[in-house]
Design a protein around this ligand. Structure first.
Ligand code: AMP
Ligand code: FE
Ligand code: FE
Ligand code: ZN
Length: 283
C-alpha cells in the first residue's frame, strides 16, 4: 500500500484541479491520497467524485496556525487535519476567518509589490486564487511577468518572511486548533515541523505540550526534513506515542515535489482511521 497524506490542489496553492490530482495520484501508483488544501475543504467533493478505481481519497486539510518557536517567539505552524466533520460550526467559522486573513494579506502584499514591479495587478491576482489565497499565487504572477525565473526564486527574492513585501496574517493558536479538530472528530498532525528553510521552527517542547490537548501525530518523512531532523521527528513520535506520517506535500507545478515522494506506513494510516470520528473514507 502506498499512502500519501499531504497534497494541494488549485483550490488552494497547488496547480492541479482536485480531479486532476486524484488521477495523477493513481498514475503515480498511490493507493491512498489525502487532499489537504490550506484552510479549506472546498476540493473534497470533486476529488471524491473523480477518484479512479483502486484509489482511496482521504478528506483532509492543512490549517494555518501559530505556535511557540525555539526562541520563545511566535512562529507559523501548519497543522494537518484528517477526517473531521466539515459541518462543525465553530470550526467552519474559524476556517472562514483564516481564508479572509489570507485574502487580505495577499492583497496587501500584491499592493506592495505593485509599487515596484510593473504589471502586478492586485485584483487580477486575487481573482486567480481559488478558495484560499497564498504566497505561491504571487510567486506564479512574478514568474509569468518574467520578474523571476522560478517560484523558488520568487520566494527567495520577494516573498520570504524577511522580505519588505511580506505581510503577516493572524493564524489560529495551535493549541486551540488541536482542540477544535478533536472536537470536530478529526485527527491533527503537525506538518513539516522542522522545515528550517522556510524560517524559524517550532519548539519541540510545544509539540510535547500539545499531546495533552489531543494532538494525534507528526509528519516525520517530508522533503524539507534532512536526515537528522527526520530521525529527531521519528524519535519524538515514538517517545510521545504519536502517529508518524510521511508525505509529498505535492503542489503541482508550483513545487518540484512528486506525488508519493514520501509515504506513510499503513499501520500509521490505520491509526488515523481508528482515531477519527468526524467523517469516513469511502469503502
Ligand atoms: P502562505 O500560505 O501564503 O503563507 O504560503 C505558504 C506556502 O508557500 C507553503 O505552503 C509553501 O507551499 C510555500 N512556501 C513557503 N515558504 C517557502 C519557501 N521558502 N520556498 C518555497 N515555497 C515556500
Ligand atoms: Fe502550500
Ligand atoms: Fe505546509
Ligand atoms: Zn502543504
Amino acid at each position: 500500500m502506498r499512502i500519501d497524506l499531504h497534497t494541494h490542489s488549485s483550490v488552494s496553492d497547488g496547480t492541479d484541479t482536485p480531479a486532476e490530482l486524484v488521477r495523477a495520484a493513481r498514475t503515480a501508483g498511490l493507493d491512498v491520497v489525502a487532499l489537504t488544501d490550506h484552510d479549506t475543504t472546498a476540493g473534497w467533493d470533486e476529488a471524491l467524485d473523480a477518484a479512479p478505481d483502486g484509489l482511496t481519497v482521504v478528506r483532509g486539510m492543512e490549517m494555518s496556525c501559530v505556535g511557540r518557536g525555539e526562541d520563545g517567539k511566535p512562529v507559523p505552524v501548519h497543522l494537518l487535519a484528517y477526517l473531521f466533520d466539515p459541518n462543525d460550526t465553530s470550526f467552519a467559522d474559524e476556517l472562514a476567518r483564516l481564508r479572509r486573513e489570507r485574502e487580505a494579506r495577499i492583497r496587501l502584499m500584491a499592493e506592495r509589490l505593485a509599487a515596484d514591479i510593473p504589471g502586478i495587478v492586485p485584483d487580477d491576482i486575487i481573482a486567480a486564487t481559488g478558495e484560499s489565497a497564498g504566497r505561491p499565487h504571487l510567486a506564479r504572477a512574478l514568474v509569468e511577468l518574467g520578474a523571476v525565473d522560478s517560484v523558488q526564486h520568487a520566494f527567495d527574492g520577494y516573498l520570504s518572511t524577511t522580505s519588505p513585501y511580506y505581510v503577516d496574517k493572524v493564524d489560529t493558536p495551535i493549541q486551540r486548533a488541536v482542540e477544535m479538530i478533536a472536537a470536530a472528530g478529526g485527527v491533527s498532525v503537525v506538518a513539516h515541523a522542522r522545515a528550517r528553510k522556510r524560517g524559524r521552527i517550532l519548539d519541540p517542547d510545544h509539540i510535547r505540550e500539545l499531546v495533552a490537548h489531543g494532538l494525534g501525530g507528526v509528519e516525520v518523512f517530508h522533503a524539507d526534513h534532512d536526515e537528522p531532523d527526520t530521525r529527531f521527528m521519528r524519535e519524538l513520535a515514538d517517545d510521545l506515542g504519536l502517529i508518524a506520517t510521511g508525505s509529498s506535500d505535492y503542489h503541482g507545478a508550483n513545487k518540484p515535489l512528486k506525488l508519493g515522494e514520501h509515504t506513510t506506513d499503513p499501520r500509521q494510516y490505520e491509526r488515523i482511521l481508528r482515531a477519527a470520528t468526524g467523517s469516513t473514507v469511502p469503502s
